[in-house]
Design a protein around this ligand. Structure first.
Ligand code: ASP
Length: 328
């Protein structure tokens, strides 16, 4: 028995793992589309409970010595199953009244990644992204092809009506009404961002990132945002893991998630500085908005956003769950 720690230590040295028995860390977000005025005490209590449940699910994996990949998947499934976030049940509607879901997952230790876009019948898109990574030679699969692949690897398809919530339907009608009155562009600032994401560091010192979304209210049929685009809305390597939320077109154009990690790895910037530069400067300068969660291999966390608020939660080195919504 006493040999076990020694054997583990030797294995870590041989595998070249930088961080022996790292303290696990998990960070999650539920979107940067929080409007201060819309945040009733009831909504806040429900959202906090969801975020806490997602932290408990994901951190449970890490505490038991599980992988960061499994942890981000577990946390995201909880948020996808809640109707309060723009992912899985509760996803926003496209212009023509459908729910089109995108998701991605990435393993920082191996740079393996899986992603899906434009699916209508997958209850937990993050699990299909994981299956693309684990069970196909591909990285990104879309639409009917992704759903056919899902069936082939044992997923049950759900009725597209599963994703419908009245709140999201009303939001689409509001935006369509404004668009008809010429008050709003077809896609724009703060249109109900509620994407969910997670980044984690496991005991082996490995990072992972995952993101899941319904995209943006009133998006056109076939529009794909940043969340399933590796490097834009989701990225993880040995140094850093990022999940973004916001106006996806700008995250794609600035390759936001990879840009943060590149600044950490090659630019030698601190995680906080790198994440701040991209979210508070690069994206707003282009005309976009949103936020991101980021985590480095030392367990440092950054959660910048340039909107009113970002639903977020974390279990840091103190091992305790924290949840925050607005700037403070
Ligand atoms: N980033 C997502 C997209 O553009 C939207 C969001 O964050 O809610 O698809």
């Amino acid at each position: 028995m006493r040999l076990r720690p020694l054997v583990l230590f030797a294995a870590m040295l041989l595998s070249g793992s930088a961080a022996f028995a790292a303290t696990p860390v998990l960070v999650i977000h539920g979107g940067a589309g929080v409007l201060r005025a819309d945040l009733t005490p009831e909504t806040e209590a429900l959202v906090r409970a969801d975020l806490e449940a997602a932290l408990a699910a994901g951190y449970g994996v890490l505490k038991d010595g599980g992988s960061s990949l499994d942890a981000v998947g577990k946390a995201i499934v909880v948020l996808e199953d809640s109707p309060r976030f723009n992912a899985g049940k509760g996803a926003v509607f496209t212009h023509d009244g459908r729910n089109e879901l995108d998701a991605a997952i990435m393993d920082g230790a191996t740079l393996r990644a899986g992603a899906i876009a434009g699916v209508h019948r997958i209850k937990n898109p993050v699990l299909l992204a994981r299956a693309v990574m684990d069970k196909s030679p591909h990285v990104l699969m879309v639409g009917d092809g992704a759903e056919a692949f899902a069936q082939g690897v044992g997923f049950e398809l759900v009725d597209p009506g599963y994703f419908r919530t009245e709140r999201r339907w009303r939001q689409l009608q509001e935006v369509l009404g404004k668009e008809a009155a010429g008050q709003q562009s077809s896609l724009g600032r703060m249109v109900h961002y509620g994407t969910v994401g997670a980044v984690a560091l496991d005991r082996a010192g490995h990072l992972a990132a995952a993101t899941s979304t319904g995209g943006m209210t009133n998006k056109r049929y076939g529009r794909v945002g940043d969340s399933p685009i590796i490097g834009a809305g989701t990225y993880a390597n040995a140094h850093c893991a990022v999940s973004g939320t916001g106006w996806g077109e700008y995250y794609i154009r600035s390759v936001a998630a990879h840009e943060i990690c590149a600044r950490v790895a090659w630019g030698k910037q601190s995680l906080a500085k790198a994440a701040d530069a991209v979210i508070m400067q690069v994206i707003p300068k282009l005309g976009g908005d949103g936020g991101a969660i980021a985590l480095d291999a030392q367990g440092n966390i950054a959660m910048p956003f340039n909107t009113d608020g970002m639903y977020r939660g974390w279990v840091g080195k103190d091992g305790k769950p924290h949840v925050a919504i607005l700037k403070d």
